[in-house]
Design a protein around this ligand. Structure first.
Ligand code: HEC
Ligand code: HEC
Length: 205
C-alpha cells in the first residue's frame, strides 16, 4: 500500500471506532482494528511481513515497539528515508493509549519462523553475535539482544527479522540517519561483510 493511502486509512479507522476511549479493552480493540486494517497491508497479518522493506513486528518486544512508534510520532531519531516516507505521517495520528495497545498487540503475536541462508555466512554471523570482537572493542550483540536474539524490553528482538532490513538499519545507524547512541558506538566499525553475516544469522533464528 502507498504511504498516502495508509494515512487516509488510519483517519478512517480511527473515526469509525471513535475517540476518547479510556478503558484499556477499548484501546485494544482500536489497536486490533488498526493492525488488521492498516498496518497489516505492509507489515503482514499479525506482523509477519513477507517483504523485507517492511520489518516483522510479530513477537517484537513491547517496550521497544512503543518506543519506536513514539520516535516516529516525534519525527526525531529515525531519519532514514523509509521511516520518513512510510511511518511518520501515520504515527502522528495515533494517540498515546493506542500506541501502547498496538505495542501490546504485536508483542503477543506468535514469533516469525527463521529463514535459512548460506551456512558459512551464518556461522560467521553467529560468532560475531555471540562473541563480538573484543580486540576491536565491539561488544557481543548477545549481551543486549539476548543469546537467542529474542530481545528484552527496549532491546529489540532480532530473531527471524528480514536480513535486508537488518542490514539497512545497521547502515542507517552507522551513518547516523537513525539516531541510536547506544548502537552507534558498537556498530560504527563493522564492515559490510560483517553486517551481511550478522543479518543472515539473526534472520536464520
Ligand atoms: C505503507 C506501509 C506501512 C504501513 C501501512 C505501516 N508501516 Fe510500519 N513501517 C513501514 C516501513 C517501511 C518501516 C521501516 C522503516 C525503516 O526502514 O526505517 C516501518 C517500521 C515500523 C516499526 C519499527 C520496527 C522496528 O523493528 O524498529 C514499527 C514499530 C511500525 N512500523 C509499526 C507500524 C504500525 C503499528 C502500523 C499501523 C498503525 C504500521 N507500522 C503501518 C511501513 C508501513
Ligand atoms: C549495549 C547494548 C547493545 C549491544 C551490545 C547491541 N545492541 Fe543492537 N540495539 C540496542 C538498542 C538499545 C537498540 C534500539 C535502538 C534504538 O532505540 O534506536 C538496538 C537496535 C538494534 C537494531 C535495530 C532493530 C530494528 O528492529 O530496527 C539492530 C539491527 C541491532 N540493534 C543489531 C545489533 C548487532 C548486530 C549488534 C552486535 C554487533 C548489536 N545490535 C549490539 C542495544 C544493543
Amino acid at each position: 500500500m502507498g504511504k498516502n493511502a495508509a494515512v487516509g486509512l488510519v483517519v478512517l479507522v480511527l473515526a469509525a471506532v471513535g475517540t476518547g476511549a479510556a478503558v484499556s479493552t477499548e484501546d485494544d480493540a482500536t489497536a486490533a482494528k488498526l493492525a488488521t486494517q492498516v498496518c497489516s497491508s505492509c507489515h503482514g497479518p499479525g506482523g509477519d511481513s513477507t517483504s523485507p522493506t517492511f520489518p516483522k513486528l510479530a513477537a517484537q518486544q513491547q517496550a521497544y515497539l512503543a518506543m519506536q512508534i513514539r520516535t516516529f510520532k516525534s519525527a526525531r531519531g529515525r531519519n532514514e528515508p523509509e521511516a520518513h516516507d512510510y511511518m511518520l505521517g501515520m504515527a502522528a495520528l495515533i494517540d498515546d493509549a493506542t500506541v501502547d495497545a498496538l505495542a501490546r498487540y504485536y508483542a503477543h503475536q506468535p514469533p516469525p519462523a527463521g529463514k535459512k541462508g548460506p551456512p558459512v555466512l551464518i556461522e560467521r554471523g553467529r560468532h560475531l553475535f555471540e562473541q563480538g570482537s573484543p580486540e576491536r572493542g565491539i561488544a557481543a550483540c548477545a549481551s543486549c539482544h539476548g543469546k537467542d536474539a529474542a530481545g528484552n524490553g527496549i532491546f529489540p528482538r532480532l530473531a527471524g527479522q528480514h536480513a535486508p532490513y537488518v542490514v539497512h538499519q545497521l547502515k542507517a545507524i552507522q551513518q547516523r540517519l537513525r539516531d541510536s547512541p547506544v548502537m552507534h558506538g558498537i556498530v560504527k566499525d563493522l564492515t559490510p561483510d560483517e553486517i551481511d553475516a550478522v543479518a543472515a544469522y539473526v534472520q536464520s533464528l
